[in-house]
Design a protein. Structure first.
Length: 312
């Protein structure tokens, strides 16, 4: 065998060995890639399943959900009332006391009834609920707010409630179609108000109007008191100072005693005659004197009339 044939034979052996090794390496690499892809798919599926299991559906009438909803309603009501009261005060150029709006909103009684599912939970576990939400306001706040609305030529409270489909029962305002959303995030129950409910807007306006009316009344009373104090000071400064006058006591004047009538001495005969006549007059009633006939003679100048009862 020649040297050339021997070299060619060795080359073929080397090539065959290299080809076999290359095919073996390719098969190993393909197997590793397939295993890695399968593991990635399994991991992704497990992650999706874990996310779906983290957000379970929450009942709309769950007590914790009701408490979270009331807190959200109270906070939203306070924020809107603060903003509206500030606008009223800025327009009238007056200042409001700190915390007065919060005191008003804390006096509102909130209740939730007849909670039900409006839309089933989505992929995030958030459920849309609907309930009947009522807010009970003090009667004084409703009265003062109605005065502010009338003074500003605003629609009455009854017309606004009818427009927004809100019932009113005495001093209780009720929205029978109040919408809110519940779910879990990070293992905690979350409650969120859907949209901008008309019930909160109306009640916030009532609270702001009542606070504004109270502040205006207090300011008017303070100004009136200041005017009265100024007038009193002016009167005190301009009025002359009067010295007290000393009064000397005066003795009362004694009444003058009456002078006794003078005594007249008459003859005894006259006195006895007068006494007899007095007794006779007491016994016999006096008769009227009969006038004498007067002669109708024009030549007579004097007429003498006799009177038996006369005393001479």
């Amino acid at each position: 065998m020649s040297v050339a044939n021997i070299s060619l034979s060795k080359w073929h052996k080397v090539a065959g060995i290299g080809l076999v090794c290359g095919l073996a390496l390719a098969g190993c690499d393909r197997s590793d890639k397939e295993d890695t892809t399968e593991q990635a798919e399994l991991t992704e599926q497990e992650t999706v399943d874990a996310e779906n299991s983290v957000a379970p559906a929450i009942s709309c009438d769950d007590p914790m959900v009701q408490d979270r909803l009331k807190s959200a309603l109270k906070n939203t009501l306070n924020q809107q009332a603060q903003s509206l009261a500030a606008n009223y005060a800025n327009d009238a150029e007056i200042s409001l006391a700190n915390g007065v709006v919060s005191e008003k909103t804390n006096g509102v009684v909130i209740d939730v009834q007849n909670a039900a599912i409006l839309q089933q939970a989505n992929e995030n576990g958030m459920t849309t609920c609907q309930a009947s939400v009522s807010m009970t306001l003090p009667s004084e706040d409703l009265y003062q707010a109605s005065q502010v609305q009338a003074a500003n030529n605003q629609p009455s409270l009854q017309s606004r409630l009818a427009q927004d489909n809100i019932r009113i029962n005495n001093n209780m305002l009720v929205d029978d179609a109040f919408t809110y959303i519940v779910g879990t995030q990070g293992g905690q129950v979350r409650t969120r108000i859907a949209g901008q409910p008309a019930l909160i807007t109306v009640v916030a306006d009532v609270m702001a109007g009542s606070v504004f009316k109270t502040a205006m009344d207090e300011q008017r009373a303070q100004r009136a008191a200041e005017r009265r104090a100024t007038q009193n000071n002016d009167t005190t400064q301009t009025a002359p100072i009067r010295q007290p006058r000393t009064v000397t006591p005066v003795e009362p004047i004694r009444p003058t005693e009456p002078t006794p009538p003078p005594t007249i001495n008459k003859p005894a005969e006259s006195q006895s005659s007068s006494t007899a006549n007095t007794q006779a007059a007491a016994v016999e009633p006096s008769k009227p004197a009969t006038p004498k006939a007067v002669p109708k003679d024009e030549t007579i100048d004097m007429v003498i009339i006799e009177d038996n009862s006369a005393t001479y």
